[in-house]
Design a protein around this ligand. Sequence first.
Ligand SMILES: [Zn+2]
Length: 410
Amino acid sequence: MSSLHCRSCGTELKHTFLDLGQTPLANSYIKKENEKTAEKQYPLHARVCHSCFLVQVEDVVPPEDIFSDYAYFSSYASSWVEHAKSYADNAIRRFDLTEKSFVVEVASNDGYLLQHFVKQSIPVLGVEPAANVAVEARKKSVPTTVAFFGRETALKVRADHGPADLMAANNVLAHVPDINDFVAGFETLLSDKGVVSFEFPSLLKLIENVQFDTIYHEHFSYLSLFAIEKCFSRNGLKVFDVEELSTHGGSYRVWACKRDADRAETEQLVKTRQGEQLAKLDSLAGYQNFEPRVQKLRDDLLIFLKQAKADGKRVIGYGAAAKGNTLLNYCGIDSELISHVADLNPHKQNTLLPGSRIPVISPDEISNLKPDYILILPWNLKVEISSSLAYVRDWGCHFVIPVPSTEVLA
Ligand SMILES: [Zn+2]
């Protein structure tokens, strides 16, 4: 029964945020030879805790399955490496980091972030659960230990290396099943004056912009500043600053320190808190109107796709990302409505999408198919994708965005 209690505060979960029904795991791409085998379905039901207002789904997938052979290397995305460099430069200045400091990143991936500290002779350690990714980090001279992070790992690192002056955890908090043990690990490893930053997609943006497709099985928690402050204070941390970033459709970078550390709250923290209060994220009222807005989004997208089909138009999708699978499966879209989905990743090409069974092709095939519309599934990358595919306009093809509502780009 533990799965029906809040992973943060333990309160029994009684309120639905959005029930997406039974769906296959978003990253379980099907090889053509397994076409006849039905894939396993799992409930995808997001609930909101009426005590701490953490939105969450049950952890049906063990973290080992998500992280142990994780194929995504952060350094593949050049904009992300730039983001990392400016983070490092600013943190070194703001917190006076020197060659006597110690910086730890949790879920440090291939060293995309820590390499910028190494270049300035600041000692670092990466903690990364995927062994194959840690190998890449060591090639960049970023010392990396292969482990899941929590109190136990924190104690070990502290015993071996001493306390950390700066810690970072980017886009990992939402994927952690035991959020209290994870957060307590930071309290354990930080020095008395140390600071830690966490980046995660904002629940406020998810609600405002109907980003329901960011809900999938491997993404356990959907975080507001409100819910995070509750969780941090339970585990001996306090938030003193927050930055609002544009990544992933709108993210927070939350800065925290030990509860007794002498750090004043910034104006931006007060402002972000007020924004969440205004949206009623500190009461059930802020969560209750979401489901009908998602149903409206689905209905409008289906009307568009069925009309396109009736008019003899060809529609393909672009970007076989996890969020695309949530959208396609919830809307009940199959290869009758979207004939193919193109994706740059060769590991996804020649597979079928889980659930919808739409074939994944190489973007090279787009010019043979000459679609009339391309539905951009990772809508957060619409600018990059529509400019990299600008040539499709030669035959009059249009780009379509599904979120926050169906929109044909001019
Ligand atoms: Zn709770």
